[in-house]
Design a binder for this molecule. Structure first.
Ligand code: IPE
Ligand code: IPE
Ligand code: MG
Length: 244
C-alpha cells in the first residue's frame, strides 16, 4: 500500500492528483456577480484542469465537486449546483470522452434526483473503456461516510462468512472504500487559501503531499496545474523511512 521512499523526483509526474475546488463564492462576490456565476466559472475551470492533466500525463484526477456537508447550503444554491451538474454530465462529457477520458463517480449518489443519477451512470458507462485519464468526480462525498460504509460492508462480509476477521488488514479494508480500485492520491491540492481537508479522502490521503494555493478555483488554469506539479517534484516523500 505504501510505495518505497522516493526522495526528490524532479520531473516525475504524479499518478493521482486530487483537488478540493474551493473559492467559487468568493470569486463571484469579488466581482459583484451572483453565486451561480461563480459556480459556472468553476465548471469552466474544471475543463481547463482536465485538459492540463491530460497534457501532463497524469492518470487519475479526483475533483471534489460537492461534499456530503454541502447539502447544508441554501435550497437555491443546492438546486443551482445540481442543475449545473446535470448540464455538465449531459453536455460536457462528450468533449472529455473524445480525449480518451474515463469518468468515475464516488459519493452518495442516492441523495440526488433520479435524472441526475441516471446522467451520472450514463457518463460512467459511455466512458468506461477510455484509458488516457480517469476523472473521478466526488459528488455528495464525505471521507467519514466512505469509511463508515466500508466498515459496514466489511462487517457484513464477515457475518456472511465470505471474509475472515483474521484476513482484515489495511489493503482489505481499502478494498471496501469507494476508491477500491484507485491508487491513493499523490497530491491533494486546495485552492482559495483555505488549509483544511473538509472531509475529503481522509483514509486515502494518509501520505499525500498537501498543496494549498491562494488562487480561487474559477481562476485556476493550466499554469496553476503545472505549478502544482512543480511544487510536488521538489517535495521529498519518505513514507516513514529514513531518506537515502
Ligand atoms: C467551491 O466553492 C464549490 C463548492 C463547494 C460546491 P465555494 O462555493 O465553497 O466557494 P467559497 O468558499 O464560498 O468562496
Ligand atoms: C469543500 O469546500 C467541498 C468542495 C470543494 C466540494 P467547502 O467550501 O464546502 O468547505 P468548508 O465549508 O469551507 O470547509
Ligand atoms: Mg468554500
Amino acid at each position: 500500500m505504501y510505495p518505497v521512499a522516493g526522495g526528490r523526483r524532479a520531473g516525475i509526474v504524479p499518478v493521482h492528483v486530487a483537488i478540493i475546488m474551493d473559492g467559487n463564492g468568493r470569486w463571484a462576490a469579488s466581482r459583484g456577480l451572483p453565486l451561480l456565476a461563480g459556480h459556472r466559472a468553476g465548471a469552466e475551470a474544471v475543463q481547463r484542469c482536465i485538459r492540463a492533466a491530460v497534457a501532463a500525463g497524469v492518470k487519475w484526477l479526483t475533483l471534489y465537486a460537492f461534499s456530503s456537508e454541502n447539502w447544508r447550503r441554501t435550497p437555491q444554491e443546492v438546486a443551482d449546483l445540481t442543475s449545473l451538474l446535470r448540464y455538465y454530465l449531459r453536455y460536457k462529457v462528450a468533449e472529455l470522452a473524445a480525449k480518451g477520458v474515463r469518468i468515475r463517480i464516488i459519493g452518495d449518489l442516492s441523495r440526488f434526483a433520479p435524472d441526475v443519477r441516471a446522467e451520472a451512470r450514463r457518463a460512467e458507462m459511455e466512458t468506461a473503456s477510455n484509458t488516457v485519464l480517469t476523472v473521478v468526480l466526488a459528488l455528495s462525498y464525505g471521507g467519514r461516510a466512505d469509511i463508515v460504509q466500508a466498515a459496514l460492508r466489511m462487517a457484513k462480509a464477515i457475518d456472511a462468512g465470505t471474509l475472515a476477521a483474521s484476513q482484515v488488514d489495511e489493503d482489505t479494508f481499502g478494498g471496501f472504500l469507494m476508491t477500491a480500485d484507485m491508487p491513493d492520491p499523490d497530491i491533494v491540492v486546495r485552492t482559495s487559501g483555505e488549509s483544511r481537508l473538509s472531509n475529503f479522502l481522509l483514509w486515502q490521503s494518509a501520505y499525500a503531499e498537501l498543496i494549498f494555493i491562494e488562487t480561487l478555483w474559477p481562476d485556476f488554469d493550466a499554469g496553476h496545474f503545472d505549478a502544482v506539479l512543480q511544487i510536488y517534484s521538489r517535495r521529498e516523500r519518505r513514507f516513514g523511512a529514513r531518506p537515502v
